[in-house]
Design a protein around this ligand. Structure first.
Ligand SMILES: [Zn+2]
Length: 283
């Protein structure tokens, strides 16, 4: 939120004294990335040009008394009548970022069941809000860091979980924790052909839990090769010949089909092949 002090020659939609919302990222509004709805990938400003964090240049922000808004004709939105500055405090970043991500994801998966991993304050709670409003069939929320956000999510109708259940899959998962463990949990919990979306800003590279994502057996599911071995024995009376699955187990005893992953973040058992999708959107 900000109040306009003065405007440049090419800015006509706001005037001094008006309350406005600047977008967190600096973007031009005319390049191909901006026109396609991805202003965070604007090609006319340095990468990661933003207010508050000096990652792509020093534009001021956070507690600055005044900032200059480049491309203000595109990046500055006047506050509508009747909306307080307090109510619009998050519109320039957390609120709009979360809405864009949840709306895009649920547009491709209408009625999906959703898991939100919270932990960075408002983003997880906004994700619950928008998922409920946009027709998710169920919304579950995990947050080990912020009890206040847990209560807010509960009040919005989310199912509160202590942790992501290892025997349950979700069509859509959102990581709003900003932590490597949160992202790994969200990736491991996504169903085959599901989508995991991350809001997080990670300050280190995150190891992707490829084993847990692709190899999992829900409880009670039969091993697929056992039935075929049984049929061969009954017809011939001889031991089954070595097939691809048996050969793989012999050659790779450390990861043999049907064994638990050595270091699964959720201890996921398994041998069912899964094909989760990952959406990586850089803010
Ligand atoms: Zn641009």
């Amino acid at each position: 939120m900000a109040k306009v002090i003065e405007v440049g020659d090419n800015v006509s939609h706001v005037k001094p004294g008006q309350l406005v919302v600047p977008a967190w990222h600096v973007a031009c509004g005319t390049c191909a990335s901006c026109v396609s709805g991805r202003p965070t990938g604007c090609t006319n400003v340095p990468r990661n040009a933003m207010f508050g964090l000096p990652a792509g240049g020093d534009y001021g922000g956070f507690f600055s008394e005044a900032v200059r808004i480049p491309f203000a004709g595109y990046a500055l939105a006047p506050l509508p009548e009747g909306v307080s500055a307090r109510a619009a405090a998050s519109v320039g970043d957390n609120f709009s970022d979360t809405y864009g991500a949840v709306a895009r994801t649920l547009r491709n998966a209408p009625g999906a069941d959703v898991l939100v991993i919270g932990g960075t304050g408002s983003v997880g709670v906004f994700a619950v809000t928008f998922a409920k409003a946009l027709g998710a069939s169920s919304v579950s929320y995990v947050d080990a860091f912020d009890p206040e956000c847990v209560e807010l999510a509960r009040g919005l109708g989310a199912e509160i979980l202590d942790e992501a259940p290892p025997d349950r899959e979700f069509q859509v998962t959102f990581d709003a924790s900003g932590s490597p463990d949160g992202l790994r949990t969200a990736l491991s919990a996504v169903a085959p052909n599901g989508t995991c979306h991350s809001f997080g800003i990670y300050w280190q590279d995150v190891a992707v839990p490829a084993y847990s994502m692709c190899v999992r057996r829900p409880p009670g599911r039969r091993r697929p090769d056992r039935k075929r071995d049984h049929v061969v024995r009954r017809r011939t009376g001889r031991p089954a010949q070595e097939g691809p699955a048996r050969r793989f187990r012999r050659r790779h005893p450390e990861v043999g089909v049907g064994k638990d992953p050595p270091q699964g973040p959720q201890g996921t058992p398994g041998n069912r092949l899964r094909r989760p999708s990952i959406v990586c959107s850089r803010r």
